[in-house]
Design a protein around this ligand. Structure first.
Ligand SMILES: [Zn+2]
Ligand SMILES: [Zn+2]
Length: 138
């Protein structure tokens, strides 16, 4: 499988070729803080098939709830999160699903840290929906 992706501003791009492991939701507090949203969705990739094709992501390392050091790689210009890595699992990286150019390849198969899940992580089917922005504004 070959995939490509980028940050929001396009200053950092990446490419991957190889097998894709499971995609998963993560409800942990760190994922909520780093995405600024209810949860993160990431996909495990083989580190040796992954390359940054443009730019240089900035990194931030913090010990996660799991007790492992997690390094978060993001664009220093637009702030978009791109992927995580850990010295405990050097053969793997975890790419942010929303950074992919074709997010249709993502099929999450489980969710982690449900003990930290916020009630608003599930979108109520009865909420009014708009194909684009809600016209009348806030
Ligand atoms: Zn950027
Ligand atoms: Zn998480």
């Amino acid at each position: 499988m070959s995939i490509t992706g980028s940050c929001l501003c396009g200053n950092v791009t990446f490419a991957y070729s190889g097998d894709m492991a499971d995609a998963a939701y993560c409800h942990c507090t760190d994922c909520r803080k780093t995405t600024g949203s209810a949860f993160n969705i990431s996909i495990g990739l083989a580190a040796d098939g992954f390359e940054i094709t443009k730019g240089t992501p900035k990194t931030y390392t913090k010990t996660a709830d799991s007790g492992q050091a997690i390094t978060r790689h993001f664009c220093a210009d637009c702030g978009a999160p791109l992927y995580t890595s850990s010295p405990a699992y050097p053969e793997r990286i975890y790419i942010k699903a929303g950074a992919l150019d074709d997010p249709g390849v993502v099929k999450p198969t489980y969710q982690s840290y449900t003990r930290s899940r916020v009630t608003w992580s599930k979108i109520d089917d009865d909420l009014p929906g708009f194909e684009t922005d809600r016209a009348e504004g806030l």
